[in-house]
Design a protein around this ligand. Structure first.
Ligand code: SF4
Length: 369
């Protein structure tokens, strides 16, 4: 069965289904990639709002051999031309079925040709007047000119590192070269679209520790101007060499998103976060902010600086700023004053003191001069 695309081109439903299925492992949440750059950093490009993201592979075969991936060493005749992919999406957009496109691909036999097709799909969409969210995958080994073109036409671009180092990469592929296929391309991406690109790490596929992942992620945010790192827990897929490998627990990815938030939203430096890892270099299954609060002990609401306040569970950046302003105006005299600033007392209470004492032990009169 074929369906007619927005440009009148007929596309096989079976091919489309297979290419959509193949795209599920790529992560992208447009509303949670920063629309603008952090203060003081260069702009990361436009970022149209998007609620119905359509994810699609342009080609379903790959010459690489990643041991966890069903596309490895595949030679399936599953592909769309740029015109077919653009037409398919425009048809869906016209019917209200999608308002954003994430376009990825297997690498096929010829990286350059597939990368050209990805960029050309984006160019067709823009020429047809599409102004919504467009995310283009950068393939391992892609050429510099194609990366520049992809950055020009798309709202976001990304290359997936998947593992934290060349040593770990050798655990999952004998073909892909971490430095030249990925890190060199990442540096070109940074130049083409600073703070407008993302990447993805697979947790538990290469025997890596969380500390190794952390050091790579800190480098990505600090040096490579990545706007967002996604974390996928490893799942063994039937038919792959790792089908009998144990899956990573879901909580590991959840704790990684919490730790990532401390780096991106709270802007905690890497040095202060190294304490989160146990002797084996792993995170424990506990909110990293709770762990930090336990390690550093109670924070005094009347004297703590912003960094110390931010370490308290239940106090975020805006709440910390409101607390400091209210404190300067003499408005913090008891815990009840904090709730008006947005403090979640259920979480924060056990980690706070007022004037050196647990709040419940200190009479209100102590604070009324
Ligand atoms: S490069 Fe990507 S698509 Fe190809 S085998 Fe590796 S993970 Fe799969």
């Amino acid at each position: 069965m074929d369906i007619s695309s927005g440009t009148g081109v007929a596309v096989s439903v079976e091919v489309i289904r297979a290419l959509v299925r193949g795209s599920v492992h790529d992560l992208c949440v447009p509303g949670h990639e920063p629309p603008v750059s952090p203060p003081g950093r260069p702009a990361g490009g436009t970022h149209a709002p998007c609620r119905r993201l359509f994810k699609l592979l342009l080609q379903g075969s790959c010459r690489f051999d990643c041991t966890y991936c069903t596309l490895r060493n595949s030679r399936w005749d599953l592909s769309l031309t740029p015109g077919e992919a653009a037409g398919l999406f425009l048809g869906m957009q016209a019917r209200g079925e999608a308002d954003g496109l994430f376009l990825s691909s297997g690498v096929g036999d010829d990286t350059e040709s597939v990368m050209h097709d990805l960029v050309e799909t984006g160019e067709i969409l823009r020429k047809q007047g599409y102004t919504g969210y467009l995310h283009l995958k950068i393939l391992p080994g892609a050429g510099r000119a194609d990366i520049t073109d992809a950055a020009r036409v798309a709202d976001r671009i990304s290359i997936n590192l998947e593992v934290p180092s060349a040593g770990r990469m050798s655990e999952v592929t004998q073909v892909k070269d971490y430095r030249s296929d990925l890190l060199t391309r990442l540096s070109w991406i940074r130049e083409a679209r600073p703070f407008g690109h993302t990447t993805q790490m697979v947790l538990g596929a290469s025997g890596e520790t969380d500390r190794e992942v952390f050091r790579r992620v800190a480098w990505l945010y600090g040096r490579m101007q990545v706007s967002r790192v996604y974390y996928a827990p490893f799942r063994p897929l039937p038919g792959t060499p790792m089908e009998d490998h144990p899956p990573a627990p879901f909580w590991r990815a959840w704790r990684w998103y919490q730790l990532d938030s401390l780096m991106r939203t709270y802007q905690f430096g890497p040095a202060g976060l190294e304490v989160l890892f146990d002797g084996d270099g792993m995170l424990r299954n506990q909110d990293p902010k709770e762990v930090l609060a336990e390690i550093h002990g109670p924070v005094d609401l009347l004297t703590a600086n912003r960094t110390d306040l931010l370490r308290v569970p239940g106090i975020g950046p805006q709440t910390a700023d409101r607390l400091i302003a209210e404190r300067a105006a003499g408005g913090i005299r008891d815990l009840s004053d904090c709730t008006a600033c947005g403090v979640n007392l259920k979480r924060a209470g056990p980690h706070l003191v007022l004037g050196g004492r647990a709040p419940a032990q200190r009479p209100l009169s102590d604070f009324t001069a």
